[in-house]
Design a protein around this ligand. Structure first.
Ligand code: HEC
Length: 275
């Protein structure tokens, strides 16, 4: 994982350096710059691993800092959060589904799903090849990559770990749960990512990461809009503060900023922002 990210950063730095040199030599002919941006430099596996890392960070941050801390402040999170009579925010799995839906609406052909062998929602039960590979993931927590012949999509599966107490308690206590002895650190399921091409240019890789980040912001904004319509519950103050400080929620930029600070995406974006 570390190697992969270092590798990506090195590739990014090389691109920046090449462009800077070309610039110093009297400007880059536009086609050359376009050529560099269009070159297929990442394998689909590398990109799916990068976006999955973003997802791990976003998901843990949302679960711990928003759901976990928010609950201590009396904020509610519910699977029916979108219903008008339910004054609550999205559960982590539904936050993820919101992100997946937003990505699907955009023009980046990236698929994202969350599944398990012991799901709360039976629609999330892993099937076929994914169920077989999940057995391996449970043993060694290593990602699995394969080409899905039926769907004609490159597919990557990553362990979804019980990274916060909130994951364990909520799943064990849920009325529809199919397993009641989850523990911290367990592989509770897997995120599955799909993409049609086997390699991506820098431009395409950035589009994938941006589609994910946009999905996060879109879903978070939907949550804030839901709060706006609360009639009976106290509304948290939305700004720069987090629920750990009181009845507050960070505004979307503040939330995304934290994700970026915690992830390698920030580095990559900064390196590319020379243009
Ligand atoms: C407050 C309750 C709650 C918390 C906290 C929570 N979940 Fe869930 N989770 C659910 C519910 C409810 C579903 C089913 C949602 C649906 O309808 O798809 C779900 C779905 C899932 C699924 C898909 C399989 C299934 O069970 O349907 C996985 C995997 C999962 N959660 C893992 C986690 C992990 C890992 C965490 C912590 C990072 C977490 N959950 C935190 C309630 C919770």
């Amino acid at each position: 994982m570390k190697n992969l990210i270092n590798n990506s950063i090195i590739k990014t730095i090389s691109l920046v350096v090449i462009s800077l040199i070309l610039n110093a030599c009297g400007g880059v002919p536009e086609e050359k710059e376009e050529l560099a941006a269009a070159e297929k430099v990442f394998s689909v596996d590398e990109v799916l691993e990068m976006v999955s890392k973003e997802n791990d960070i976003t998901r843990t941050l949302y679960t711990k800092a928003i759901v976990g801390e928010g609950k201590k402040q009396g904020m509610k999170f519910d699977e029916d959060w979108r219903k008008n009579d339910v004054e609550a925010g999205p559960l982590p799995a539904l936050f993820l589904r919101g992100i997946a839906t937003s990505i699907r609406k955009g023009d980046v052909p990236l698929g994202l799903y969350l599944g398990s062998d012991f799901p709360i929602n039976n629609a999330n039960k892993l099937k076929g090849k994914q169920a077989v590979l999940f057995e391996k993931i449970k043993k060694d927590q290593k990602p699995q990559f394969f080409y899905d012949d039926e769907q004609k999509l490159h597919t990557a599966m990553f362990a979804d770990l019980a990274s916060a107490d909130a994951c364990v308690t909520c799943h064990n206590d849920h009325k529809q749960t199919s397993k009641t002895d989850w523990k911290l650190g367990d592989v509770m399921g897997s995120t599955t990512w799909q993409y049609p091409a086997d390699s991506l240019s820098y431009g395409d890789a950035i589009k994938v990461l941006n589609a994910y980040a946009k999905g996060t912001v879109d879903t978070y904004i939907e949550y804030l809009n839901e709060i706006e319509s609360f009639k009976n519950s106290t509304k948290p103050e939305i700004g720069d503060k987090w629920p750990s400080k009181g009845n507050y929620l960070p505004k979307p930029e503040v939330f995304l900023d934290s994700v970026r600070k915690l992830s390698s995406f920030g580095t990559m974006k900064n390196l590319l922002s020379f243009k």
